[in-house]
Design a protein around this ligand. Sequence first.
Ligand SMILES: Nc1ncnc2c1ncn2[C@@H]1O[C@H](COP(=O)(O)OP(=O)(O)OP(=O)(O)O)[C@@H](O)[C@H]1O
Ligand SMILES: [Mg+2]
Length: 233
Amino acid sequence: MLVANDVGIMYVSGGSETWAVRHAFVRIAQGEMVILEGPSGSGKSSLLYILSGIRPPSEGQVLYCGQPIGRPVDRQTVMHRYTEFGFVFQQHFLVGYLTATENACFGRRRSSVPRAREILTQFGLGSKLNAYPRELSHGERQRVAVARALVHEPRIVFADEPTASVDTELAHEICQWLKAYCGRGNSCIMVTHDSRLRMYADRIYAMEDGVVSESSQSQRTAHSGVRALGGRP
Ligand SMILES: Nc1ncnc2c1ncn2[C@@H]1O[C@H](COP(=O)(O)OP(=O)(O)OP(=O)(O)O)[C@@H](O)[C@H]1O
Ligand SMILES: [Mg+2]
């Protein structure tokens, strides 16, 4: 569904060059839950930006359903991003003057409001639907950010540490939710530092100094039979 061939990204900052991602080969198949792990600064967020078309790679190519993701980013890529991809930013980027529901629907049609409420309620925020980001805890804001990435039912969810600020139980619930979402023919790539969440992965990539490698654990976890949450994910 999504393939990255030999992609890399270089940043120029303060006169020096940093290759945050180097010669990366990544594959996300339909229905797959992919986990990306690695130490801080290893290039995980940069790789997600490339895969999702938020940033064009400095080298290499990303193909979505066989079509190249624009380099430079073009109109078609922007449309893919809007309709078919959902992105959970590490920094959340919620709009301060919008409620949790309005944030979850930001940039979407008014008809997405019931779906946003439904997802937020499933994430334990049923009593905070009309709360503003400043009235929410860090973990609650994170859940709103996850809901925003899911409300338009994207085919691929790019989730940058979506469980970083929530307790263990909720982290598992979010993963079960994403896993069930993949079970409906969608895909997800999730960055996490929590090795306990590996059990949800069909495929695991590890990053170190910008270099991506597929973990041998991918095969073992692929058929681990993780229980999917009931109801409509
Ligand atoms: N816009 C930028 N300009 C210059 N350097 C950057 C930029 N963004 C990231 N970098 C550098 O690229 C490298 C990878 O950063 P990235 O944010 O992708 O890592 P990460 O694995 O997501 O880290 P973390 O786990 O802390 O979120 C780091 O050395 C970082 O300093
Ligand atoms: Mg990051």
